[in-house]
Design a protein around this ligand. Structure first.
Ligand SMILES: [Zn+2]
Length: 811
C-alpha cells in the first residue's frame, strides 16, 4: 500500500530529517541487485516511525542508540528512537534492478553490449532505490557516493567532488535540501557534450550508441538550454539554486522527462535516430523549458502534499511553451499545446475521474491516488488556467506574485493558498475569487455564439467563470475582418459591428472553454478552416472540431470529410501531426463505431495522398514527413510501402528519406496487411541492430494478422520481466483497429491479466499497461461490459483509473 495522507501528515509533524548519505555499489550488476548503504540523520518527536524501502533483501539496520526494527518488504518500522534527539540510522540492503523504469533501471544496449543504470525517480520510486522518508515535505541534504565500472560516467544532482578513476569511485557535492523523489543517479558509458555557462557546468548525455544523434543536435540543445536558462534569470528573482545543470537522454524512462535538480533526465526517444523533425525540435524545446521551470517551481519551492501536483506541473507546462517561444526562439510553440494537448484536457474534464485543477488534500488520500492525478487536468488544463490568469491579471502582476512566492518559500514547502496569497498581494484584482472559480471546481464553461434578428453576433456564457479572450470575426473567404480582446462574464455581449460575419470566441485559446457556434460560424469553420491564415487560430478551430466529433455534435463521417478537405492544405507540420494523431488515435479507437473505422482510415490515407501530391506536402519536406507517417499508418497498398522501403525514400511529394522509425512503421503496416513474414522482419532487425530496432521488430511481428502471431505477441507481453518499452511496442502491434475479431481473445486476456500485472509492477508500468497498451480498437458492447465487470472487482488504483477513463471515453 502506498503512503496515505494521514501517515504523511503524522510523519511530517513528528520527524525532521537532516541528511541522507547514500553509498551505492553498482558493480557486479549481472547478479541483478545492487548494494545500497544509507545513513539517515533525523530527529523524531516519537519513539516509533518508519522508512520506506521496496523489495530489498539482506536488510540490516544499525544505530548507536538501541532500537528495534522490522522489515516487511515495503517499510522498515523503527521503534525505541530517542525522542527529540538527533539519531543516525544506517541501513544496508540489496536492492533489485528493474526493467520498467520504476526504480534502478538497468538496460544493456544490444547495439554495443554496453550497460546503463539509472534512477529517474518520481512518486514512490525513491523507495525502490534507497530507504527514505518518501514524501515531499520531508526535505534533507543528500550526499552520494557511487562505485561503478571505472570506464563509466556517473551523474547525479550535485557536481562530482571526488573521482578515483582507477577504483571507479565517485563522490558528489552535498545537495541543498530536496525531497527524496528529486534524487537522481545515472551511470554508464554515456556519450557527453559538456560546457560552462553562467559560471556553472552544463552537459548533455546519451547512450554511446546515440553519440551521432547527440552530436547532430548538440549545438541546438546547448543553445536552447542556455537561452532558457538566461530567460528564467530575467523572469525570476531567485537565482538558480543548484551547482550544475546536466541533461540526459535515458533508456526506459516512463515519463517525458523528470526535473531532478542539477541533472534532468529525458526519455531517449527525444533524441530520435536518423532525423529530428522541426515539429520534434519545438516539442523538445518546450520540454527542456518545462523541466527547467521546475528548478524553481517544484525543486526550490516544493508542494507539501501531492494535491498540489498541479502547482508544479501547471506552472512548468505553462512556462514550457512560453519560454520555448519567447526565450529560446521556437516561434509558435503554443500551437502544439492548443492542438495536441488541450483537447485531451477537455476530454479528461468530462470523465468521472475529473477533479479540480487544485484538489483538496483530502481528495488525494494516498500516493497511488496522487499518481493518477499526473493527468491532463494537472498539466494541460492547469496550464490553460494559468494562461487565462496571466491574460486576466497582466504579466507584471503575475510575475510579481510568483516571485514573492518563490522568495518566501525558497528551499521549503508551500501550498496553493500560499501562491494565491502572493498573487493577491501583487494585484488589485480578486485573485482569491478567481482561484475559487477556476482552480477549485472541475469542469468548464461553454461560450455560445447566438444571433440577433439583424444578424448581430451575441456571445453568451453558460457557466460561472470570468473570461478574457480574443474574439475573431471572419469574412466569407476566411480572411480576418476584425479581432479584439474581450471580457465575458454573466451578461451577454453583442458585437454589432460584426453583424453577418462568422465569429469565433477564444480564437487564440487564452481561455479553457467549449465553443458552441451559430450555424453561420459553424458552416464557416467546416468550409474555410484551412483558409484561416493564423496557425494558432487554426489550432483552436481543429481542437473545436475534435471536441464536436468527440461529443457527437459532429458525426464521424462528417468529421472524416472535414479531415479530407482541410488536412491536405495544412501547412504547419505540428498541426498536421496533431490532427493525424488525434484522428488515428482517439477518434478511431474511442469515438468511431467499429463499422466506421475502415472509412476513417481510408479518408486519412486519401487526405495524406492529396496533401503530398497537391498540398504543402508536395514541396515542404516537414509537412511531407507528417503526411507520409499518416499514409504509412493507413495505406492498403503494400506495393507503395515496398517501393519506398526498397528505394529508402518516398516518391510522393517532397523528398522524404525513410529514417529507421519510418522504416519500422512501414514494416509494421506491411505486417498488418499480411504482406511480410517473420524472416523479412528478422532480416531488417539484424540490419538495424539497435535497441529501437528490437522494439520495431517486436511491433511488426505482433502486427501480423494471424492468430499465431497474436498469440506469440501476447505470450511475450505476459513474461514476468518484460520491459516497459517492449510491452508497449508489442501492444502497438497486437491491437489492430481494423481487425477487432482477430484481437478479441486478447482483449479478454488483457482484462483478465491486467490487475495481477499491475500488482506485481510499479505505478509507471501500471500506467503503460492501462493507458499506452489499452486495446486500440473500437470495443464491442460485450467487451465494454466485461471491462466494467472487471473494474467492479479489485483493480489496483493506477490501473483502475486508466480503465475507468477508457470506459468513459468509449461512451
Ligand atoms: Zn513537469
Amino acid at each position: 500500500m502506498s503512503l496515505t495522507l494521514a501517515e504523511a501528515r503524522d510523519r511530517a509533524a513528528t520527524v525532521e530529517v537532516a541528511s541522507y548519505a547514500i553509498d551505492l555499489d553498482l558493480t557486479g550488476w549481472e547478479r541483478r541487485r545492487f548494494a545500497c548503504t544509507t545513513t539517515v540523520r533525523f530527529t523524531a518527536a516519537t519513539p516509533a516511525t518508519f522508512l520506506e524501502l521496496t523489495a530489498a533483501t539482506d536488510v540490516t539496520v544499525d544505530c548507536a542508540h538501541p532500537l528495534t526494527w522490522t522489515y516487511d518488504g515495503r517499510r522498515i518500522a523503527l521503534d525505541g528512537l530517542p525522542v527529540g534527539e538527533p539519531v543516525e540510522v544506517v541501513v544496508r540492503a540489496e536492492v533489485p534492478y528493474v526493467s520498467d523504469g520504476d526504480g534502478m533501471h538497468l538496460m544493456t544496449d544490444p547495439e554495443d553490449g554496453e550497460t546503463y543504470i539509472s534512477a529517474y525517480l518520481s512518486l514512490d520510486v525513491a523507495q525502490r532505490v534507497f530507504p527514505c522518508f518518501d514524501q515531499p515535505d520531508l526535505k534533507a541534504t543528500f550526499d552520494l557516493a557511487v562505485t561503478a565500472d571505472p570506464r563509466w560516467t556517473v551523474l547525479a544532482n550535485g557536481r562530482v567532488r571526488e573521482h578515483d578513476e582507477t577504483a571507479g569511485r565517485w563522490r558528489f557535492a552535498t545537495t541543498p535540501r530536496i525531497c527524496p523523489s528529486l534524487f537522481v543517479v545515472c551511470a554508464g558509458p554515456w556519450h557527453s557534450v559538456t560546457w560552462e555557462h553562467a559560471g556553472l557546468p552544463f552537459g548533455w548525455h546519451a547512450r554511446a550508441s546515440l553519440a551521432a544523434e547527440l552530436d547532430r543536435d548538440a549545438d541546438e540543445l546547448r543553445r536552447t538550454t542556455e537561452a532558457c536558462f538566461d530567460h528564467y534569470a530575467t523572469l525570476f528573482d531567485q537565482p538558480y539554486a543548484f551547482d550544475s545543470y546536466d541533461q540526459l537522454f535515458g533508456p526506459g524512462h516512463n515519463w517525458g522527462a523528470m526535473e531532478t535538480p542539477g541533472c534532468v533526465t529525458y526519455r531517449d526517444e527525444y533524441l530520435p535516430r536518423g532525423r529530428v523533425t522541426d515539429h520534434q525540435r519545438v516539442a523538445r524545446a518546450t520540454v527542456i523549458a518545462h523541466e527547467m521551470a521546475h528548478m524553481w517551481f517544484g525543486n526550490l519551492v516544493t508542494m507539501r502534499w501531492w494535491e498540489d501536483t498541479w502547482l508544479n506541473e501547471s506552472f512548468a507546462d505553462y512556462m514550457g511553451y512560453r519560454v520555448a517561444d519567447d526565450g529560446a526562439g521556437f516561434a509558435g510553440a503554443l500551437v502544439g499545446h492548443e492542438s495536441s494537448r488541450k483537447p485531451g484536457a477537455y476530454t479528461a474534464d468530462e470523465r468521472r475521474s475529473t477533479h479540480p485543477v487544485a484538489p483538496a488534500p483530502e481528495d488525494v488520500p494516498d500516493v497511488d491516488a496522487a499518481f493518477a492525478n499526473f493527468d491532463a487536468i494537472s498539466y494541460s488544463k492547469g496550464n490553460s488556467c494559468l494562461r487565462q490568469l496571466v491574460t486576466w491579471l497582466g504579466d507584471e502582476d503575475f510575475l510579481a506574485g510568483v516571485n514573492a512566492h518563490l522568495t518566501r518559500h525558497a528551499f521549503g514547502n508551500a501550498t496553493l493558498d500560499d501562491l494565491v496569497s502572493a498573487l493577491d498581494e501583487a494585484s488589485l484584482r480578486d485573485v482569491r475569487a478567481w482561484a475559487e472559480a477556476w482552480l477549485r471546481r472541475p469542469g468548464f464553461d461553454t461560450v455560445a455564439v447566438e444571433r440577433d434578428a439583424d444578424g448581430t453576433p451575441v456571445l453568451v456564457r453558460e457557466g460561472s467563470r470570468p473570461h478574457r479572450f480574443s474574439v475573431t470575426a471572419y469574412a466569407a473567404d476566411g480572411s480576418v475582418a476584425g479581432e479584439r480582446l474581450i471580457d465575458l462574464a454573466g451578461a451577454p455581449l453583442p458585437l454589432p459591428d460584426w453583424a453577418g460575419l462568422a465569429v469565433v470566441p477564444n480564437s487564440r485559446g487564452e481561455s479553457f472553454v467549449r465553443l458552441r457556434l451559430d450555424d453561420h460560424s459553424a458552416t464557416f469553420v467546416r468550409q474555410r478552416l484551412s483558409d484561416v491564415t493564423d496557425e494558432l487560430q487554426r489550432a483552436v478551430l481543429w481542437a473545436h472540431c475534435f471536441d464536436e466529433v468527440r461529443t457527437g455534435a459532429l458525426p464521424v463521417p462528417a468529421y472524416a470529410d472535414l479531415v479530407a478537405a482541410h488536412l491536405p492544405r495544412e501547412p504547419r507540420p505540428a498541426l498536421a501531426t496533431a490532427v493525424l494523431d488525434r484522428t488515428l488515435g482517439a477518434v478511431r479507437t474511442r469515438v468511431a463505431a467499429a463499422d466506421a473505422v475502415a472509412g476513417l482510415s481510408d479518408a486519412v490515407a486519401a487526405a495524406c495522398t492529396t496533401g503530398l501530391t497537391s498540398g504543402p506536402g508536395a514541396t515542404d519536406d516537414q509537412v511531407a514527413i507528417a503526411l507520409v507517417r499518416g499514409l504509412v499508418a493507413t495505406t492498403r497498398e503494400p506495393h507503395l510501402l515496398e517501393r519506398w522501403l526498397e528505394a529508402g525514400r518516398t516518391d510522393l511529394g517532397a523528398d522524404v528519406t525513410l529514417d529507421p522509425a519510418l522504416r519500422w512503421s512501414a514494416l509494421a503496416r506491411l505486417a498488418a496487411l499480411g504482406a511480410v513474414d517473420s524472416d523479412r522482419i528478422a532480416a531488417e532487425r539484424a540490419t538495424d541492430g539497435s535497441f529501437a530496432g528490437d522494439l520495431g521488430a517486436a511491433r511488426a511481428l505482433a502486427a501480423r494478422p494471424t492468430p499465431e502471431a497474436k498469440a506469440q505477441a501476447w505470450a511475450r507481453m505476459v513474461e514476468p520481466e518484460v520491459s516497459n518499452r517492449l510491452f508497449e511496442s508489442l501492444a502497438a502491434g497486437l491491437w489492430d483497429a481494423e481487425r477487432p475479431d482477430l484481437c478479441a481473445p486478447y482483449v479478454e486476456a488483457y482484462l483478465d491479466a491486467g490487475p495481477d500485472i499491475a500488482r506485481r509492477r510499479g505505478q509507471g508500468f501500471s500506467l503503460v499497461l492501462g493507458r499506452n497498451a489499452f486495446p486500440a480498437l473500437a470495443l464491442s458492447a460485450d467487451q465494454r461490459s466485461r471491462l466494467a465487470e472487471v473494474l467492479a472487482a479489485d483493480v489496483p488504483t493506477v490501473l483502475a483509473r486508466q480503465w475507468n477513463d477508457a470506459l468513459d471515453d468509449l461512451g
